[in-house]
Write a protein that binds this ligand. Structure first.
Ligand code: NAD
Length: 495
């Protein structure tokens, strides 16, 4: 049981200015310029991270390449790599509270969610891929009798991983653990607004015995560091989670450089579809509220569109609005808080702008949508429910990445499918119904990487997470993720 006093002790710890982690040690960036880390909890200066240059990225890539070629990790016996990954998981678990509090001070996620979704998921991810390492086999092809075809699965080389500010430890681990499991080296770029926990993770990996140069962490701006990784001629794979705009750029970088493989996990505008025969409307409303409002809506799979069948529309709007009003918004480091801070002032302003646009388009704001707790200096807003949204409105089409729910009524199954599929995105979805046939038909018809039935947001490491349509092309989690970090090689023997 976590005590509030333990959290409060950790929140007061001074954080020194951060350096780059290259070649197994802390190194300053080429220039002394730094990026300020502002805590969304109170708008105060937390620390600085190094602002790396192109030359710093080049050093990191060289270090990763040298480590890969030297074979210290890439040719280590699978059982040896497994031991290190399992040790990383153990250290993350032992330092879970420290990591969670550090992350919350950086990006404002409520501590309850941060504990589960950050160190909790990261440790589970390292353990899952650690355990998989010595259970992955190559293949013997079913050839004719005079030949032998062997299919080897090889590490690709140097992986460039670029990750966002929401859930950085979890999403970082989703890239690092499978890439490391298969023997690759990495250059990791965290987002400016949430680099601190991933810098800590680099230290933890070294402590667990990951050889120097195998994992390098380079902080700074997307336009310099991210572009330098994307354009680098010696990076073999790009593994990205973030916005669609940056995802497009990465594809361009690849085309303009060495045609590196690019895997994109992008945004969403996920439909949560409530049929009138849903088994439990009270539960559906509670789960839907969590599915959009937790972490201030800054979740890629957030159920941001609530599609409700006409017969239960008014009841659902009432129920979900009651949840939105009851959720406690405030200090993300208090165990009593349901919704913490929006990650930055810029994100808060963008959310408030979407509130205005939704009203301007004719949406009806039922509850929430205003900035609160301004006296703290932090970035907080009340979760908002908008009714009378039509599929053509901005709030039904664009990813807000904030605590704004668009309620859209529908008539029947065909109408629900048409509306659910009416955006460019296809990340997640849910269907609530008591009819098994309706559920199966909806799962088939909705274009999304995951469709939940009579729940929202659940999954674990055994199943892949990835988008359809413009939500991306790669998969994090599950054994499928290993495919991104391996190349197949055929050996053909004439007997
Ligand atoms: P973002 O695209 O702005 O930034 C993501 C990363 O890309 C950051 O590290 C950033 O520094 C870097 N970057 C920015 N400009 C770059 C450039 N020109 N070249 C290379 N790199 C650059 O995204 P964000 O605001 O940090 O995160 C929010 C977005 O991430 C949302 O769209 C959300 O849906 C998405 N997301 C998706 C998933 C998923 O699994 N599909 C998970 C979490 C978040």
């Amino acid at each position: 049981m976590i005590q509030q006093s333990s959290i409060d002790a950790l929140r007061r710890i001074e954080i020194p200015p951060q350096s780059l982690f290259i070649g197994g040690r802390w190194q300053p960036a080429e220039t002394e310029e730094a990026v300020d880390c502002i805590s969304p909890i109170d708008g105060r200066h937390l620390t600085t991270i190094a602002r790396a240059s192109r030359a710093d990225v080049d050093r990191a890539v060289q270090s990763a390449r040298l480590a890969f070629e030297a074979g210290r990790w890439s040719r280590m016996a699978p059982a040896g790599r497994k031991k290190v990954l399992l040790r990383i998981a153990e250290i993350i678990e032992a330092r879970a509270l420290e990591l969670a509090v550090l992350g919350v001070r950086d990006n404002g996620t409520e501590i309850g969610m941060a504990l589960r979704a950050e160190p909790g998921s990261a440790a589970a991810t390292f353990r899952y891929y650690g355990e998989a390492i010595d259970k992955i086999y190559g293949e013997i092809a079913p050839t004719g009798p005079s030949v032998l075809g062997l299919v080897h699965r090889e590490a690709v080389g140097v992986v460039g991983a670029i990750v966002p500010w929401n859930m950085p430890l979890m999403i970082g681990a989703w890239k690092l653990a499978p890439a490391l499991a298969m023997g690759n080296s990495l250059v990791l770029k965290p987002a400016e607004a949430a680099s601190l926990t991933l810098l800590k993770l680099a230290e933890i990996c070294a402590e667990a015995g990951l050889p120097e140069g195998v994992l390098n962490v380079v902080t700074g701006s997307g336009s310099v560091v991210g572009e330098a990784i994307g354009m680098h001629m010696d990076v073999d794979v790009l593994a990205f989670t973030g916005s669609n705009g940056v995802g497009r750029r990465l594809l361009e970088y690849s085309a303009r450089s060495n045609l590196k493989r690019v895997y994109l996990e992008l945004g969403g505008k996920s439909p949560n579809v409530i049929f009138a025969d849903a088994p439990d409307l009270a539960k559906a409303a509670a789960v839907a509220a969590n599915g959009i409002f937790r972490n201030s809506g800054q979740v890629c799979v957030a159920g941001s569109r609530l599609l409700v069948q006409r017969g239960v529309h008014d009841e659902m709007v009432g129920r979900i609005s009651a949840h939105a009003t009851a959720m406690k918004v405030g200090d993300p480091l208090s165990l009593e808080t349901d919704i913490g801070a929006v990650s930055s002032e810029r994100q808060l302003e963008s959310n408030l702008d979407y509130v205005k646009r939704a009203e301007g388009d004719g949406g009806r704001r039922v509850v929430g949508g205003e900035r609160i707790l301004q006296e703290t200096g932090g970035y907080y807003m009340r979760p908002a429910v908008f009714d009378a949204i039509t599929p053509d409105m901005t709030l039904a089409r664009e990813e807000v990445f904030g605590p704004l729910l668009a309620v859209i009524p529908f008539e029947d199954e065909a109408d629900a499918i048409r509306i659910a599929n009416s955006t460019e995105y296809g990340l997640a979805a849910a269907v609530w119904t008591s009819d098994l046939s309706t559920a199966h038909r909806m799962v088939r018809a909705i274009q999304a990487g995951i469709v939940h039935v009579n729940t929202y947001g659940g999954s674990d490491l055994t199943v892949p997470l990835g988008g359809h349509k413009q939500s991306g092309n790669g998969h994090d989690k599950s054994l499928h993720a290993l495919e991104k970090y391996t190349s197949l090689k055929t050996a053909w023997f004439q007997l």
